[in-house]
Design a protein around this ligand. Sequence first.
Ligand SMILES: *[C@@H]1O[C@H](CO)[C@@H](O)[C@H](O)[C@H]1NC(C)=O
Ligand SMILES: *[C@@H]1O[C@H](CO)[C@@H](O)[C@H](O)[C@H]1NC(C)=O
Ligand SMILES: *[C@@H]1O[C@H](CO)[C@@H](O)[C@H](O)[C@H]1NC(C)=O
Ligand SMILES: *[C@@H]1O[C@H](CO)[C@@H](O)[C@H](O)[C@H]1NC(C)=O
Ligand SMILES: *[C@@H]1O[C@H](CO)[C@@H](O)[C@H](O)[C@H]1NC(C)=O
Ligand SMILES: *[C@@H]1O[C@H](CO)[C@@H](O)[C@H](O)[C@H]1NC(C)=O
Ligand SMILES: *[C@@H]1O[C@H](CO)[C@@H](O)[C@H](O)[C@H]1NC(C)=O
Ligand SMILES: *[C@@H]1O[C@H](CO)[C@@H](O)[C@H](O)[C@H]1NC(C)=O
Length: 727
Amino acid sequence: MHPRSSLPAFLFLPLLLSCTASSALLTPTPTPTPSFLSHYASFSRYLVETGLANSLVGLTNLTVLAVDDAVIPRLSGESRDVIRRVLSMHLVAGYYDLHKLRQLPNGTATLSTLFQEKGNPQGSIEVVILRDGGVAFGSNRDVKLLNSFASHPHGISLLQISDLIMEPRTQGDGNCLTLCPSARSISKKSEALPIDTIFKLPSPLPTWPAGGGFAGGTIDFGGLLVYQTSSFSKVWAVYEGGPDNRGATFLEPSALPEGYFMFGSYAQPNNRPLSGWLLVGKDQTNDISNGTLKKPVDYSLIWSSDSSKIKQDRSGYIWSPIPPDGYKAVGHVITTSPEKPSLDKVRCVRSDLTDQCEIETLIWGSSGNKFSVYSSRPFNREVGALAVSAGTFIAQNGQPSSSPLSCLRNAKYNISAMPNRSQIEALIEAYSPIVYFHPDEEFLPSSVDWFFTNGSLLYTKGQESKPVPIEATGSNLPQGGSNDGAYWLDLPLDGAAKDRVKKGFLQSAQAYMHVKPMLGATFTDIAIWLFYPFNGAARAKVKFINLSLGKIGEHVGDWEHVTLRISNFNGQLRNVYFSQHGAGIWMGTSDLEFQNANKFVVYASLHGHAAFFKPGTFLQGNDGVGMRNDVKKSSIFLDTGANYSIIAAEYLGPSAIPVPPWLNYCREWGPRVDYDAAEDMQKAVKALPGKLKTALANALSSLPPEVLEQEGPTGPKMKPSWNGDEA
Ligand SMILES: *[C@@H]1O[C@H](CO)[C@@H](O)[C@H](O)[C@H]1NC(C)=O
Ligand SMILES: *[C@@H]1O[C@H](CO)[C@@H](O)[C@H](O)[C@H]1NC(C)=O
Ligand SMILES: *[C@@H]1O[C@H](CO)[C@@H](O)[C@H](O)[C@H]1NC(C)=O
Ligand SMILES: *[C@@H]1O[C@H](CO)[C@@H](O)[C@H](O)[C@H]1NC(C)=O
Ligand SMILES: *[C@@H]1O[C@H](CO)[C@@H](O)[C@H](O)[C@H]1NC(C)=O
Ligand SMILES: *[C@@H]1O[C@H](CO)[C@@H](O)[C@H](O)[C@H]1NC(C)=O
Ligand SMILES: *[C@@H]1O[C@H](CO)[C@@H](O)[C@H](O)[C@H]1NC(C)=O
Ligand SMILES: *[C@@H]1O[C@H](CO)[C@@H](O)[C@H](O)[C@H]1NC(C)=O
């Protein structure tokens, strides 16, 4: 293959060590570490081996690009200035030559980088056009574009920039420790925190197929152009309290594109890698009296850490913007000074572009203090709703505020940035998870048509003796109506066929995808449904004792799902919902186990098929007593991207996606069972000694009804998440 054509759509080569402009000032002459330099060497080798270096030689001082291992030890003792000179050539994707960079339509773009931290050869970096027309790279606006030496259309180009590009950076391999004394040396803590690492997906995002507003970088909410940024500078951090008692960090966007303003600061617990985003906006109305954005008229101080004896860098101050009439505040501002922030610091939003907000999860709370910080989300989150999460946090000092913050509202066209069919397929190809089953799993998934055509039966109430076989597509199932008990499905009557169908048939299994516009369609949710002909019995764990729960939990017909939440600004996977027995949990991408580029792993629990993001035994209950969910990697797995079917994407229009008839079957996929769950439960409880009896009885009575349900479940379309947010 021609070397150039074998390359992904990348580009640049810089070094990604840490810190923001302010911390760089504290750094006299930091020197890249050996680990950084060895990455640089492998990058150079890469250029040579692929022949890319050859194609560039002669254009400029390309000895730099062909630098070999012998040069590295020499460099490692050099000053920052020398290294800066040596490493100041950077490769950028060809379509971002000087001209294109200066003409970026939206003033910003995310470029993939070839040279990366952690030995990972690819990643991304933001480039921004500054107000003065300069082009800045990464979070430090002082890193400017100087010159462009070469550019090959659709190949690569060679740019010169003014300094090392530095990104906030990891503990691990020491880069940051040398380059960036920054916060760490002045803080009272000594150990590195997860938030010191910037989370990145293992592979760069693919180039999404063109079409419509999806992954266009910005979304127009109606005179308010919105952009999603993930480049932050740290403002204030506290090192205790909050999740895992590791404190939280407060940040703000580090380089806003021309004309954009922040709505408020960003905050995140320290117990996870920096992985968030924040929306920023630009008023496009040119209307001075009634534009979409206005400066606040003043600020009120919500809280300060001034008098707290908590571990912190210095004191933090959290402010609420006071909006002018007809406008609302969408975020707080954080400062490290008791003086009010400048009125130019944030913008308030015209009321018709705001919506009701609520608190989501705790980011930080100081003990002995009524002050807490939460992430925010819109109150209205049904499919197609217009309310948008701005990524800002909500601070509460005692009572919830009487003038609460608002979320944004996409008043223009709520699905303008949704992916079309080819883009959906590209998203599935990029992110579809691999589901691992427990090595002891007896009840595997199958396709719906396999279940139907292998002897399953449709029963009609009142005619129980005359069940009928089901057509492959479910075309003879009753359509519509409600779950009124008039019909149900069951396994074949014949014992051998019954046992065979119960076990499922992995080779036939298909993943069924439902694509939904969420949060004012700033996000695409792809719910991935799997069907299992049978859900095996639950088991309890009482301290170290395994306990059979008889037939509790057994049912015919089991629908399970995980849901991907993908940003419509850039196609980045942001969160994944793991459904677990009628409830479930949202995880951030930094919590996922990746396998094969940006595809991640889902573990299906033994018998119950609940979805988990890591292996282990998860108890539903308290204090070592409850129902156990065992998940473990085995050689049995399903690649959900290998054979899938998009069963619904209503926003694409009524006839865009052919709806399989079984989807509109609204009754149960299994019969009501006739065993006595209470009796099984009592048996299990009775078998235990003394105190454990009560513990198990309590644990069982608090299990979600879904587990104890004695009826077959209904299909995906009947679940609350079909038209709404996940639980
Ligand atoms: C190439 O290197 C020479 C000698 O170090 C220097 O004078 C010249 O400015 C360099 N060219 C570029 C384009 O940086
Ligand atoms: C998606 O949109 C692009 C651009 O409008 C178009 O070329 C492509 O055919 C569309 N794909 C589908 C499957 O609709
Ligand atoms: C810039 O924003 C417009 C929407 O206003 C969008 O159509 C376009 O694709 C964006 N371009 C880039 C390169 O992000
Ligand atoms: C400002 O614009 C909004 C949206 O178009 C409109 O609802 C509101 O009435 C306007 N307010 C004034 C004072 O003109
Ligand atoms: C099971 O279903 C598959 C796929 O529909 C079909 O090819 C096969 O013949 C069926 N097997 C039996 C025993 O009915
Ligand atoms: C996908 O699964 C369906 C249902 O089991 C089956 O009919 C089809 O042949 C499979 N397609 C591929 C490419 O394996
Ligand atoms: C309980 O069950 C788990 C999962 O099957 C098994 O690994 C473990 O050894 C069992 N423990 C006892 C004490 O039987
Ligand atoms: C948002 O888009 C959906 C299409 O999925 C549409 O049905 C719905 O009416 C829109 N919502 C509003 C409030 O316009």
